[in-house]
Design a binder for this molecule. Structure first.
Ligand code: NAD
Length: 479
């Protein structure tokens, strides 16, 4: 398909094929057709990227934060002007409806703008001294070369946060976007390069993820590792980074509870939560998954939620009337099928959905499982797909216990008109993020991150850039 570009590596300021010319196929998940290829880096390519990033860091750290911010804002404007074309590329490789893809691109522009402003607010401190004439300074310095590993569910959003923070702080990067969806994140990175970020400051590699991280994470040139993906890989990379004393940010899996109380606007909650559940076909780390509904309103909530699930049009993301696209890759389908079979086998009711759609493309029905016991596979493992599990609860204590049962602690949702209940949930649920009576997560200016097995560090808000800065203490006296 001509409108889909093949993807090269970007190393030392140049687009190039991998040494030896190896390439990986890229599929359209709606058609299963090969639409292009992406270069597969070798060890020699990685060495070249490391040397380039080292040079890039030496250069970029000397550019003033004020100037860095200006270049970044130019990149955001460029991406806005290219948003329609980039969104189509994303839909072709990832499957999501093109309107969702465009929203992701535009949200990416806002993220760049936010961190462009943060660049010039990387304040240190002047600490009052014990003696006259002594100046105690805490100075913020960029951590150095950052290795960033990002997944395929939000091809741009996952890269743009990491690269924007790194650039604002004065770091150089080696980015490994996903091999499944390589072209749209590369279009983002082109906006930075076209806006004036020097070539050595951003290096882009693809290949075998474990080989690349296995080489880059321990390498002495790399000073920080940032990863978004599954908890199991995150723990592996955090352990590897720990062995080599690297700074780390981990944004991992979740299993978000959505808690609906009987005093809530039940139909309003069902509508909002159905939108959240089926966005990006459920392939979202903050996707609501365990729907915990107070007994009195349980039947009504399930019926209302199911009506929204049934109304969704599943299809090719490029079709104007599509609400939900395919799974981004084939390996999600057997996971979803196993969760549905397990639910049926353990006596839960599949109220709607539960099947793959057609025999071409990785389409799966929006699915609702009611009467979900805590024994179900899907109540314990992240579906990362369009399945909602519904379970009634009696009281606040029971729902908080269930919300905290799993090792995950990323996002949570609550619907209640009681201020007291809201306050007790906010205090008692062990998560990184909670949104009450609306969807309020993931704006650039608010924290974004998890606790427990969902990782550590935030990728949003005013604290985020700290993860890309070291604090240096200087004590000085006048001569
Ligand atoms: P996965 O863990 O195999 O891969 C997730 C991402 O990590 C991919 O982009 C992959 O390229 C990368 N990756 C895998 N091994 C790596 C390694 N050794 N070094 C560096 N990067 C590596 O999982 P998957 O099959 O792609 O997705 C399944 C699960 O991943 C989901 O169930 C979900 O839990 C998790 N996931 C989470 C997010 C998120 O936003 N937090 C995004 C995508 C996937």
């Amino acid at each position: 398909m001509s409108e889909y570009p093949n993807t090269q590596l970007f190393i030392a300021g140049q687009w190039r094929d991998a040494e030896g010319g190896r390439r990986i196929d890229v599929l359209n998940p709606a058609s299963e057709e090969v639409i292009g290829t992406v270069a597969h880096a070798t060890r020699a390519d990685l060495d070249a990227a490391l040397a380039s990033a080292e040079r890039g860091f030496a250069q970029w750290r000397k550019v003033s934060p004020f100037e860095r911010g200006k270049v970044m804002r130019r990149a955001a404007d460029l991406m806005r002007s290219r948003a329609d074309a980039i969104a189509r590329i994303m839909t072709l490789e990832q499957g999501k409806p093109v309107a969702e893809a465009k929203m992701e691109v535009m949200a990416g522009c806002d993220i760049i703008d936010w961190f462009a402003e943060e660049a010039r607010r990387t304040y240190g401190q002047v600490i009052p001294a014990r003696a006259e004439g002594v100046y105690q300074l805490a100075i913020k310095e960029p951590v150095g070369v950052v290795a960033a590993f990002t997944p395929w569910n939000f091809p741009i959003n996952q890269v743009v946060r990491k690269v924007s923070m790194a650039l604002a702080a004065g770091c150089a990067t080696i980015v490994k976007p996903p091999e499944e969806t390589p072209a749209s994140p590369v279009e983002l990175l082109k906006c930075f390069l076209d806006a004036g970020v020097p070539g050595d400051v951003i290096n882009i590699v693809f290949g075998t993820p474990s080989e690349i991280s296995g080489y880059l994470v321990p390498h002495p040139i790399v000073k920080k590792v940032t990863f978004t993906g599954s908890t199991v890989i995150g723990k592996h990379l955090a352990a590897l980074a720990g062995q080599h004393m690297k700074r780390v940010t981990m944004e991992l899996g979740g299993h978000a509870p959505a808690m609906i109380f009987d005093d809530a606007d039940v139909d309003g909650a069902a509508k909002i939560l159905a939108m959240a559940k089926f966005r990006n076909a459920g392939q979202v780390c903050v996707s609501p998954t365990r729907f915990l509904v107070q007994e009195k309103v349980y039947d009504r909530f399930v019926a209302s939620f199911v009506s929204h699930a049934k109304a969704l049009k599943v299809g090719d993301g490029l079709a104007a009337d599509t609400n939900m696209g395919p799974m981004a890759n084939e390996r999600r389908i057997p996971v979803l099928e196993a969760m549905v079979a397990d639910a049926r086998g353990k006596g839960a009711e599949v109220v709607t959905g539960g099947n793959r759609i057609g025999n071409k493309g990785y389409f799966y029905e929006p699915t609702v499982v009611a009467g979900a016991s805590t024994e179900l596979l899907g109540m314990n493992e992240e579906p990362f797909g369009p399945i909602a599990f519904m379970r009634p609860f009696k009281d606040l204590e029971e729902v908080v216990t269930e919300a905290n049962r799993l090792p995950y602690g990323l996002a949570s949702y609550a619907f209640t008109t009681s201020g007291k209940t809201a306050a007790r949930l906010a205090a008692g649920v062990e998560v990184g993020m909670m949104t009450i009576n609306h969807l309020g997560l993931a704006l650039p200016e608010v924290p974004f991150g998890g606790v427990k097995d969902s990782g550590y560090g935030t990728e949003g808000g005013s604290e985020a850039i700290d993860a890309y800065l070291n604090t240096k203490f200087v004590s000085q006296t006048g001569v």
